[in-house]
Write a protein that binds this ligand. Structure first.
Ligand SMILES: Nc1ncnc2c1ncn2[C@@H]1O[C@H](COP(=O)(O)OP(=O)(O)OP(=O)(O)O)[C@@H](O)[C@H]1O
Ligand code: SF4
Ligand SMILES: [Mg+2]
Length: 393
């Protein structure tokens, strides 16, 4: 992350890396061919079953100090990826390796130990914190589970964790409802850090927060990443946020990654028609960028019956007969980018021209474009589940 460390984060000694392990320098988390289909009942009295292909063969890697952002419209499978990574639900197929160890093969004590290395921060901190426990008790809980500390050592660790996330030491005695929304998210982050993780999966960690508070939490995450060498899997519907935090990006559509690569390259030169559409729909200060004709209309098809061939063909302005019949696999497209599209070279050229033109001349949006943009953007914006308790982060 390039975001500078937040000034508001209290200076505190950095936590040592996961017990006994030297900070790794390369890939920490490797995900290969991850599949999760949900069986749902339909028809009269639930007589028939169907499969929601929530995650359908997802592969990616995340290294220490890097942030892999997963983006895509609502329902494309982002949170399901998070839940199977954490083994909150079991995958149907695929490999999840943390530091080379196969997470899916672990059971019992080995799984518990490994779980401490992979933690999660949710969108709604209020929902993920126990309302009947004080902050101090909540932070002490994972310490009791994962570490053998004396009471005094535990108390010192709790104070250290609070300092790391910029909360005062006297916050220990407070209950979740006594914190503002931003402070609660800090507490949730401290709780995740208590287990000394190497990887944190953040599922929409700032979506429920005011924009100004979002920036502070993003700065905190960046600061912690720098200090502790953390790897993040960062799930977000908000490409403006992703642009700030991601080192690498995976664009998801109906359970599959359709484009992955270094974030700077994907943002600079989106190659897949869906990525182009998403980026064209991001609100940017320059109105000329919003007039690009790469955006798509229509709703996301049902994951119960994804379209044949390339699942994006029902909305893609470049689709032809091959796209309807044959499914493209991810293939290398230069500069570390991989994408699944039969016609990416033609499509990439198509976007390059208007992007260049936008830099030098006005290209005001038509009302049709504006409507499509509004619809697409709306698909990314979910109702806020929680308003921050106060403007004080
Ligand atoms: N337990 C479940 N049973 C059946 N279907 C499910 C279940 N959980 C998720 N789904 C379906 O799987 C698909 C992917 O859901 P998921 O929550 O992963 O999407 P998402 O990308 O996180 O969406 P959002 O941006 O709205 O959070 C959706 O069609 C969803 O309805
Ligand atoms: S394979 Fe065809 S339908 Fe799919 S994104 Fe590429 S051009 Fe569009
Ligand atoms: Mg989700």
């Amino acid at each position: 992350m390039s975001t500078p460390p937040s000034h508001e984060v209290a200076a505190a000694p950095a936590l040592p890396f996961a017990a006994g392990a030297a900070p790794p320098t390369d890939t920490l988390l490797q995900v290969r061919g991850l599949v999760k289909h949900f069986v749902v009942r339909k028809g009269l009295f639930g007589s028939a079953t169907a499969h929601v292909r929530a995650v359908d063969g997802v592969s990616f890697e995340v290294g220490a100090g890097r942030t892999f952002a997963v983006v895509g419209e609502s329902g494309c499978g982002k949170s399901t990826v998070a839940r199977v990574l954490l083994r909150l639900i079991e995958a149907d197929a695929g490999e999840i390796r943390l530091g080379g160890q196969d997470l899916r093969a672990l059971q019992g004590e080995a799984l518990r130990r490994m779980r401490s290395r992979l933690q999660m921060v949710f969108q709604d901190p209020y929902g993920s914190l126990n309302p009947r426990m004080t902050a101090g008790a909540m932070l002490a809980e994972p310490l009791l589970l994962h570490e053998s500390l004396s009471a005094a050592q535990r108390e010192a660790r709790v104070a250290e964790l609070l300092g790391l996330v910029g909360l005062p030491a006297d916050a220990q005695a407070r209950y979740p409802h006594e914190f503002s929304g931003g402070q609660r998210q800090r507490l949730a982050i401290a709780r995740a850090l208590a287990a000394r993780p190497q990887v944190i999966v953040c599922d929409e960690p700032v979506s429920a927060l005011d924009v100004s508070i979002q920036a502070q939490i993003l700065n905190l995450l960046a600061d912690l990443q720098q200090r502790l060498g953390l790897a993040y899997v960062f799930i977000s519907h908000d490409l403006a946020v992703v642009r700030q935090v991601a080192t690498d990006i995976g664009v998801m559509y109906l359970g599959k990654l359709v484009e992955t690569g270094p974030a700077a390259e994907v943002f600079r030169r989106p190659r897949h028609p869906y990525t182009q559409a998403l980026l064209a729909a991001v609100p940017v200060p320059d109105p000329r960028r919003r007039g690009l004709d790469a955006v798509v209309g229509g709703d996301v098809p049902s994951p119960l019956a994804p379209p044949s061939g390339c699942a994006f063909h029902t909305r893609c302005p470049h689709a032809d007969a091959r796209c309807k019949a044959e499914t493209p696999a991810l293939q290398a497209a230069g500069q570390g980018v991989q994408l699944a599209c039969w016609h990416w070279e033609r499509v990439a050229a198509h976007i390059a021209a208007p992007l260049q033109a936008a830099a030098v001349q006005d290209a005001p949006s038509t009302s049709a474009h504006a409507t499509v943009l509004a619809r697409l953007q709306a698909a990314f914006v979910r109702p806020q589940q929680e308003a921050p308790a106060s403007s004080n982060p």
